[in-house]
Design a protein around this ligand. Structure first.
Ligand code: PLP
Length: 381
């Protein structure tokens, strides 16, 4: 395989799983009714929506009534953080420094509306410091949000311990499990989280569909206003096909999780070890933490990350940069910066994210190409 396309960007989005496509088709074609309509077309759509809700609930150990469908993971995070902040005006909102922008920007919006923002620090591997959690609980935040797994470096957070501490203090705990679902167990019957956000397109479902788990009894204010859909928490006609696709994808990913993650973790291990040996100075970020088996974040000192990405792209290899390009300047990622990684390493970082379509041969090809591209890019710097 010479220049065939190799997709190692599954944390950005995933291909649609066949079972998700199958589950969606009937609702894109004949069964197009509005689930809020009480006549036959509507009843069919309602039944399909409720079946999808029950199936997704089963995957995460929830009751169906605790699952709200949303428009993407971003909206689920916004609803959790802002929706909670609005239940207790003036109370602080506490979020980890390594959250996805969907949570961080929601917390900043809450701050502008009068909820003081507390950023919880992480250690050098991106793991939240539990003493900072204990310290903030005394301030009785309206919500404390720590992601299940990080999207840039893959670090898994001790969500069970954080949830237990929040529960004991009577503080609502939200976790963004967008990257975790289908890769590690995400069970709300085992972790006492009150709110958990999910996104379909990270587990082989369609884009633009998300879900928020809301534990029974958790007070939340809606962000949108209209009809009474999703218990009034997310008004707007539901995407029945999207919900059906999401549930089928989550079930499929969960059914294969253990075997797939063992295989993918071995590929990721080989990729990291061989690149470390072949490219002088390469550092694997968050290597000391428990991580998702799918993500490898590497710093290549002396390389321009955009040139590296382009060089790999020309060889047919799709990965992501760990840096954000804002106002024309490449800025190191807020995640790596919060981990205390110096700019010289945080700047030239790239993220490989593997998935169920990743093969041994693809990793072999990356191992062949990457050292050459890195060398060339460093020479240009
Ligand atoms: N949270 C995390 C950790 C993510 O990685 C993403 C997507 O990149 C999101 C939230 C947003 O999800 P969506 O793309 O469905 O809005």
């Amino acid at each position: 395989m010479s220049n065939a396309s190799i997709y190692l960007d599954h944390a950005a989005s995933t291909p649609l799983r066949p079972e998700a496509r199958e589950a969606m088709l009937p609702f894109l074609e004949g069964h197009f009714g509005n689930p809020s309509s009480i006549r036959r077309f509507g009843r069919e759509a309602r039944a399909a929506l409720e079946e999808a809700r029950a199936r997704l609930a089963r995957v995460i150990g929830a009751a169906p009534a605790e699952v709200l469908f949303t428009r993407a993971g971003t909206e689920a995070d916004n609803l959790a953080v802002l929706g909670r902040a609005r239940t207790q005006p003036g109370a602080p909102v506490a979020v980890s420094a390594v959250e996805h922008k969907a949570v961080l920007a929601s917390a900043h919006a809450a701050e502008e509306a009068g909820s003081p923002l507390v950023l919880l620090p992480v250690d050098g591997d991106g793991v939240i410091r539990l003493d900072s959690v204990d310290a903030v609980l005394g301030q009785r935040p309206a919500v404390l949000s720590v992601m299940w797994a990080n999207n840039e470096v893959g670090t898994l957070q001790p969500v069970g311990e954080i949830a237990a501490r929040c529960r004991a203090a009577g503080v609502a705990f939200h976790s963004d499990a967008v990257q975790a679902l289908g890769k590690v167990p995400v069970r709300v019957d085992q972790v006492a989280a009150d709110l958990v956000a999910f996104s379909a397109h990270k587990v082989g479902g369609p884009k633009g569909v998300g879900a928020l788990y809301v534990r029974r009894g958790t007070r939340l204010h809606p962000l949108l206003f209209g009809g009474g859909q999703e218990r009034g928490m997310r008004p707007g006609t539901e995407d029945v096909a999207g919900a059906a696709g999401f549930a089928a994808a989550a079930e499929g990913a969960e059914a294969e999780r253990e075997t797939a993650m063992t295989r993918i973790g071995a590929l990721r291990g080989r990729l990291e070890a061989r690149l470390r040996a072949a490219v002088p100075g390469v550092v694997v970020n968050a290597a000391g933490a428990p991580r998702l088996p799918t993500i490898g974040n590497l710093s290549v000192p002396g390389a321009d990350p955009e040139a590296l990405l382009m060089g790999l792209d020309l060889e047919g290899i799709a990965v992501s940069s760990g840096s954000a390009c804002s106002s024309g300047a490449v800025e190191p990622s807020h995640v790596l910066t919060a981990m205390g990684i110096p700019a010289a390493l945080a700047g030239p970082s790239i993220r490989f994210s593997l998935g169920w379509t990743t093969t041994d041969a693809e990793i072999d090809r990356v191992l062949e190409v990457f050292p050459r591209v890195a060398e060339r890019v460093r020479g240009l710097a």
